[in-house]
Design a binder for this molecule. Structure first.
Ligand SMILES: C[S@@+](CC[C@H](N)C(=O)[O-])C[C@H]1O[C@@H](n2cnc3c(N)ncnc32)[C@H](O)[C@@H]1O
Length: 213
């Protein structure tokens, strides 16, 4: 990874996403049991996991981001004064396309602003489906291609410039369709414009996808 990816991008990400704390909390608080968060980044969601999430496995290809997430884990554990066990969190350097987890072993998967970036996003969606238990839920919040119109056309136009600036992020992915193709059913899905995100990536999908039981 480069200096830009390791040092500058994580800070830029925190600034760009500073307004979505409530969305993160709402998404993460229903995670329960053994949880897998793919592309956990610098650990921005970690503080929102409740006691119902008994184990949190975070996978992230950028080692520098994993180090930042680990610092957040260390702080959560220190602040808990012994209430949270160190075993609760396992952070691993790796990609979502090739998960080192057993089939049907995860209760809740989390996809938060990551399917825009994963190079083989279809492969990663299939991997999340594989490791979830039947009936298991994937909580998702993803920015996506806008509905057909001017904004969608601008996203297509800016995508080649945006991708290197945002470390591989695409402005124009159809993640809703991708999850369906991987085998998920939607228990709940909202498609809306997030007022706290920059307009160029403010078209989002949020909800719960289920692996049929
Ligand atoms: C926009 S950031 C979001 C980070 C975090 N999920 C959050 O909500 O703040 C996209 C993340 O996807 C990660 N990523 C890139 N390629 C990936 C892959 N193949 N598998 C999993 N994550 C990946 C990036 O390193 C980055 O941390």
């Amino acid at each position: 990874m480069s200096f830009y990816e390791d040092r500058i991008f994580p800070v830029a990400l925190d600034i760009a996403l500073a307004g979505i704390a409530d969305t993160r909390r709402e998404l993460i608080q229903s995670a329960q049991g053994r949880v897998l968060e793919v592309g956990i980044g610098n650990g921005a969601n970690l503080r929102y996991y409740t006691d119902r999430a008994t184990e949190v496995v975070g996978v992230e290809p950028c080692a520098a981001m994993v180090d930042m997430a680990q610092k957040k884990v260390d702080k959560l554990i220190a602040d808990s004064e012994g209430k949270i066990s160190r075993d609760k969190y396992q952070l691993k350097v790796g990609g979502g396309e090739n998960l080192d987890l057993e089939d049907n072993s995860v209760d809740t998967a989390v996809a938060c602003l990551v399917f825009c970036t994963i190079p083989d996003a279809e492969g990663a969606a299939k991997e999340m489906f594989r490791v979830l238990k039947p009936g298991g839920k994937m909580l998702f919040f993803e920015h996506v291609h806008a509905a057909p119109g001017i904004k969608a056309r601008v996203q297509n136009l800016l995508n080649p410039i945006w991708k290197p600036l945002a470390c591989g992020c695409h402005l124009n992915r159809n993640t809703k369709h991708m999850f369906e193709q991987a085998g998920f059913n939607y228990q709940q899905i909202e498609e809306y414009h997030h007022s706290k995100m920059f307009p160029i990536f403010s078209s989002v999908i949020e909800g719960i996808a289920v692996k049929p039981g």
